[in-house]
Design a protein around this ligand. Structure first.
Ligand SMILES: C[S@@+](CC[C@H](N)C(=O)[O-])C[C@H]1O[C@@H](n2cnc3c(N)ncnc32)[C@H](O)[C@@H]1O
Length: 304
């Protein structure tokens, strides 16, 4: 497998433009994956520049660029600050995040992310992590399953989906594979939207298994703290919950999006959102790369 088949980068030039790269600057790609964005960043850095690339999936290490300016960190990006401190770095010029999973994850049936091929209920990006999709599907109470399907999957019939799983567990036994899970849920999905809805159920499980919302909040907090004034935070998200959280941090520097004002009403936020709207991929890119269809790009700048 080469980096092209591993993952096709989304909104590549637009997101790297958003970093406003200084040739001697220090940047972090917190989701290296197939390294498409990392290579483009290296292409704009001078010999003094430095790039750190994070990925929690050990499979990604094969894509790490062989370049003296690059350092790969196999870790969850929630530990961004700790790892950079370990390397003696306190401040950075830019952080780029391209959230979620890569095409590689869907292509490997054994990882359990794909709707097309049968596989174990796994869905861990980091295969050393404890929680698997099987633990969630077979171990969570109905209320917790319904919350996950409703909040992370935006499924209107989240309660019915959860009830079907719990019923299957008590009558037949645990759900073993991704295809079995689809068989249990399929009667509850709208026939015309079955694939889309199933993808949302899988997405919801994946977000829970990988603790994606908490990891994102931790990473954004660390990025806001570490950016130099004028430094850039560039995030590509694929889910409305993620995009809302990203927007809040970029507008205010905090998760709630609360913008503080001084006595005179002047905004005192440590971050500034560079555009009021999220950028989407062009129709050509969406045609070429279906994965780009749900992408939302936002760029924030550290003010002080
Ligand atoms: C959408 S892909 C990134 C693709 C990349 N921009 C490229 O050009 O190939 C997301 C990658 O980030 C990794 N990832 C997702 N969440 C992570 C996290 N919390 N910590 C570290 N890596 C993460 C995934 O394993 C995956 O390889």
């Amino acid at each position: 497998m080469n980096t092209e088949t591993y993952h096709v980068p989304v909104l590549l030039s637009e997101s790297v433009d958003g970093l406003n790269i200084q040739p001697a600057g220090l940047y972090v790609d917190v989701t290296m994956g197939g390294a498409g964005h990392s290579r483009a960043i290296l292409g704009r850095l001078g010999s003094e520049g430095r790039l750190f690339g994070f990925d929690q999936d050990a499979d990604a290490v094969q894509n790490a660029p062989h370049d003296g300016r690059f350092t790969f960190v196999r870790s969850n990006f929630r530990f961004l600050r700790n790892w950079l401190r370990y390397y003696g770095v306190d401040q950075v010029d830019g952080v780029l995040a391209d959230l979620g999973v890569s095409s590689h994850h869907f292509d490997e049936a054994g990882r359990g992310f794909s709707l097309r091929a049968d596989g174990p209920l796994d869905m861990r990006m980091n295969r050393q992590a404890r929680l698997t999709a099987a633990d969630v599907v077979n171990g969570y109470e109905a209320d917790d399953l319904a919350r996950i399907f409703g909040v992370y999957g935006e499924m209107r019939n989240a309660r019915a989906l959860a009830a079907a799983i719990v019923r299957h567990r008590s009558v037949i036994g645990s759900v073993g594979t991704t295809m079995q899970l689809q068989q249990v849920l399929q009667p509850l999905l709208h026939p015309a939207r079955e694939k889309k809805e199933m993808a949302k159920v899988f997405q919801a499980l994946r977000i829970e298994v990988n603790g994606e919302m908490q990891a994102l909040a931790d990473m954004l907090t660390a990025a806001v703290q570490m950016l130099k004034p004028g430094g850039r935070l560039v995030v590509l998200s694929y889910h409305s919950l993620e995009d809302r959280m990203v927007k809040n941090y970029m507008r205010s520097g905090n998760q709630q999006g609360q913008v503080e004002k001084d006595f005179y009403g002047n905004v005192m936020s440590s971050m500034r959102l560079l555009k009021g709207y999220a950028q989407e991929a062009s129709p050509e890119e969406q045609e070429r790369n279906p994965r780009s269809r749900s992408a939302r790009l936002r760029v924030g700048e550290k003010t002080a």
